[in-house]
Design a protein around this ligand. Structure first.
Ligand code: UT7
Length: 339
């Protein structure tokens, strides 16, 4: 039988800034209310990175340093570090390079991956392929975004949604036999993209098509923009479908799953996706109430928060949807007892 390498998450950590932006404070900034935000999104507060000159790498470095510490990993043994982000410190070099340098991952090659809210999911899939092919043995995947750097705090439709944060996982190889059901780690992945959604959730200026200028700044084109209702419907349809597809492909019922780990975009979206898959709410990881939508960081921040509850062999489905459009699902058997 064919032996192959299967990738597994063997550690997770995170970092959120200390400043808490509450719904009450937002009430002072835009025409909104705690009641509206809570009932429409499930968000009560989000974290904001304050401090001159601090970018996404600051949070990524903190998350990776604590990950290395808790897993007792020598940074020089890391082969690859991937950072999923849409808010890199600078356009070039990659934020992953900055993080790898700061944590002493001197033998790693590193790069950023941009898939908006699906960034962590895509990056984890990429890491799994490097493990599977034998090209890398130890990989760190970071999902990090300083969404406050591209959020328009005079636009009530977007500023209530986003927060800053970073999550990181350590991925290594588990010897696995793909022909049997045993073993832990990443068991299946579906990734999807549809560029037809490109203008429905995007940042208009700052790239090569429309470089930064006085005009683009005056027109407020450096902020994140979304057609909320259309994205809301697309997110529900796409995530529900991909979750149902990966369950069917792997003959899973809701009873087989320990948790659904959804990108935290809106509590109402997560509830519908879970309902359509027959997954009860107590099996849905949720922290949008505390952190809002941190884009590439939501899924690793969920895993970090729920880690203590996870047991070896627990079956999880991760799912995300974001700008692009991008979306997907990963099915995995958790590799270690979190407690
Ligand atoms: O992470 C990537 C993917 N992103 C998402 O999945 C986000 C998807 N979209 C959403 O989560 C929701 O569409 C929003 C939370 C952004 C908006 O919620 P909604 O229920 O779709 O509201 P809406 O845009 O239909 O607006 C309803 C009303 C409007 O007023 P009128 O026209 O009915 O008078 C808005 O102007 O609510 C108003 N509104 C607000 N009112 C108070 C919009 N934002 C606010 C606000 N506070 N912050």
């Amino acid at each position: 039988m064919k032996k192959n390498k299967r990738a597994a998450i063997v550690g997770v950590s995170g970092y959120v800034p200390s400043y808490v932006l509450t719904n009450k404070e937002l009430e002072q900034m835009v025409d909104t209310s705690d009641e509206w935000i809570t009932s429409r999104t499930g968000i009560k507060e989000r974290r904001i990175l304050k401090g001159q000159g601090l970018g996404t790498s600051f949070m990524g470095i903190n998350a990776v340093q604590s990950l290395l510490q808790k897993t007792e990993t020598d940074p020089e043994t890391i082969d690859l570090l991937i950072c999923a982000t849409i808010t890199p410190d600078v356009i070039t070099p990659a934020t992953a390079n900055i993080i790898a340098h700061a944590v002493g991952a001197t033998n790693a090659f590193s790069y950023d991956l941009q898939a908006a809210c699906s960034g962590f999911l895509y990056a984890l899939d990429t890491a799994a392929q490097f493990i599977s092919s034998g090209r890398a043995k130890k990989i760190i995947v970071v999902g990090a975004d300083k969404m406050s750097s591209i959020t328009n705090y005079s636009d009530r439709a977007t500023c209530i949604l986003f927060g800053d944060g970073a999550g990181a996982v350590l991925v290594t190889a588990y010897d696995a036999d793909y022909d049997t059901d045993g073993g832990y780690g990443i068991l299946d992945t579906i990734c999807k993209t549809d560029g037809a959604g490109q203008d429905l959730l995007h940042q208009k200026a700052g790239g090569s098509k429309l470089p930064a200028s006085h005009e683009t700044i005056d027109a407020q084109q450096h902020y994140i923009y979304q057609d909320g209702q259309t994205v809301f419907k697309a997110a529900i349809t796409a995530m529900s479908q991909v979750v149902l597809d990966i369950m069917a492909k792997n003959s899973l019922t809701a009873a087989d799953l320990a948790y659904l780990v959804p990108h935290q975009a809106n509590k109402r979206i997560l509830q519908v996706v879970a309902d359509r898959a027959g997954i009860p709410s107590e099996k849905v990881m949720l922290n949008i109430n505390k952190f809002g939508n941190t884009t590439a960081a939501t899924i690793p921040l969920c895993l970090w928060e729920y880690e203590k509850k996870l047991k070896q062999g627990d079956k999880l489905i991760l799912t995300a949807f974001g700008g692009g459009f991008t979306w997907g699902a990963i099915y995995m058997a958790w590799a270690y007892d979190g407690a």
